[in-house]
Write a protein that binds this ligand. Structure first.
Ligand code: GDG
Length: 491
């Protein structure tokens, strides 16, 4: 690395890998999900380190496997060892039973068990220990997401000085919801221990600033624009909004390949060339899948002329499968799919195709490419990358995006998408109907607006703007490195 270049450390709950056990040996594969999709191309192109939990028990030494993987991936992975109790209390408990539902405005699903917070605090300390071991005060530590809100404060408590930034991938809730958190003071103060706190949208940052003003006496926000300052106790903290995005070129060029065109055609043929409406989500109550299915039922009831003309393809990616609430959600989805299909199917036509697995990227792109309408209707979502990926893959430029006004993406795509309230089942049905009958000119003009925005504000813009706000550096200050492409290299 050249002299004076800043080393970037990315810290997230999970390392960007998935583990498979093969007898006594382990196999490491590249991971999936929003954050990985977002950060992997950046680190692969620019080099850097990634700190996180590898996903195995604390009795397994994955060091040699991580070292081997790092060589090929082009960035160095450092594992944080967690015990089963840690995973239970910090991850399943505080992260997924307290913060996830509360920050997605579903307080009724919160379990405020006091032992969860203790575990969260301790595990954030374990992350701080690994950061302290593998970095120096000159490095920049970029911490991601709601699992790790206490990392900067734990580093400080241990006497470690680091430049730190935090990005929250999920929404930040309004004041009256945040106040319900029994540890509201600890969490808001911990966030103020970072030098920069980043959010997806203006709304999230506004909520955060209201919480700071109300809960942290002596701290005062000032300034305007995407990055403002908060002064208090002799420090200046920055708070910004940086809508995350995708590698637009990568998706768009993959969708334009002959292979994607052929696979898209095969998919379309398999559905007898009917018009497809696509939903693709992780299994989660925030994604609004049952509400979307109800909207499909309403569509076929209110507009019977659309029967046998369109089908909904709903891809659900398995997630948090051990949690009973997620198992219930899966059963609810499956029962709705079978009810709707039972009610409306005709020989040779099924209204809802349900796929419960992870598609490989080629298949996903083929579905994006070939679907006339994408239905992205979360009840609440930090950003939602599926909405952006669909637009990037729409090579004909005439697809329709029906988008929830409660997805972060709505702020950027409102001029092109048909915005809906996902709770309004009839409104969503009407939007699908409208999209289906929209003129080619209007569809093209709307899609063009969305593609232009996503192309301009892509994932590299996102990283660049965060780092610029963090310490005035651009992405180019993290020079490209010679790396072996992990996906095409052997061994
Ligand atoms: C969190 C926040 C925020 C989906 N199906 C398949 C598949 N996917 C990929 C998509 C997309 C990713 O998963 C999902 O990203 P989202 O943004 O939609 O949602 P979360 O996972 O909840 O992510 C979210 C994000 O973080 C980033 O900040 O936008 O609001 O909740 O990239 O492509 N990938 C493959 N097969 C599938 O079937 N390979």
């Amino acid at each position: 690395m050249p002299k004076n270049a800043v080393r970037l450390l990315v810290v997230s709950n999970r390392l960007p890998i998935s583990l498979k056990r093969d007898g006594d040996e382990w196999e490491i594969e590249s991971g999936k999900g929003g954050l990985v999709t977002a950060m992997a191309p950046v680190l692969r192109n620019r080099g850097g380190d990634w700190i996180g939990w590898p996903g195995a028990g604390s009795d397994v030494d994955l060091g040699p496997y991580l070292a081997e993987y790092s060589k090929k991936a082009g960035y160095t992975l450092h594992g944080v060892n967690l015990t089963e109790d840690d995973v239970q209390g910090f991850y399943q408990g505080f992260s997924n039973e307290v913060i996830w539902p509360l920050f997605h405005d579903v307080q009724s699903r919160c379990n405020f068990a006091p032992e969860y917070f203790k575990s969260y605090y301790d595990v954030n300390g374990k992350f701080a220990d690994v950061i302290a071991q593998v970095s120096t005060p000159d490095d920049y530590v970029w911490v991601h997401d709601y699992h790790l809100m206490h990392v900067a404060s734990r580093l400080k408590e241990k006497g470690e000085t680091r430049r730190t930034g935090f990005f929250l991938h999920i929404p930040f809730p309004p004041l009256d919801i945040f106040l319900k958190l029994p540890w509201r003071h600890q969490v808001i103060r911990a966030l103020l221990d970072f030098d920069l706190v980043g959010f997806q949208t203006f709304r999230d940052r506004r909520n955060f600033l209201q919480c700071v003003t109300t809960l942290c006496k002596g701290y005062k926000p000032s300034g305007r624009g995407p990055v403002v300052q908060i002064r208090g106790e002799g420090r200046v903290i920055k708070a910004g909004y940086f809508p995350i995005s995708i590698d637009y070129k990568d998706f768009s060029s993959q969708a334009r390949t002959r292979a994607a065109a052929e696979l898209g055609d095969q998919v379309h043929d398999a559905f007898r060339r009917r018009d497809l409406v696509l939903g693709a989500d992780r299994l989660d109550y925030s994604k609004g899948i049952p509400e979307r299915l109800e909207a499909m039922r309403m569509l076929l009831t209110k507009y019977p002329e659309l029967r046998e003309k369109i089908s909904l393809v709903q891809v659900v990616v398995p997630s948090r499968e051990k949690v009973p609430e997620y198992q219930n959600m899966k059963r609810r989805i499956e029962s709705l799919v079978s009810e709707i299909n039972g009610e409306f199917s005709e020989p040779g036509w099924v209204p809802v195709y349900y796929i419960f697995r992870n598609l490989d990227r080629n298949e996903l792109v083929a579905y994006y490419r070939t679907s006339k309408v994408a239905l992205v209707t979360p009840l609440r979502d930090g950003m939602n990358l599926v909405a952006k990926e669909y637009c990037a893959c729409n090579v004909t430029g005439d697809g329709v995006l029906v988008l929830s006004e409660f997805a972060g993406a709505a702020a950027q795509l409102q001029r092109g998408a048909l915005l809906v309230n996902p709770h309004d089942v009839e409104g969503v049905a009407d939007a699908i109907y409208r999209g289906y009958h929209m003129s080619l000119d209007e569809r093209r003009s709307r899609m063009h607006k969305m593609q232009t925005t996503i192309r301009k504000f892509d994932i590299y813009w996102w990283v660049d703007s965060f780092l610029k706000a963090a310490f005035g550096k651009h992405l180019d200050d993290f020079p490209p490195q010679e790396v072996v492409d992990y996906h095409t290299s052997e061994g």
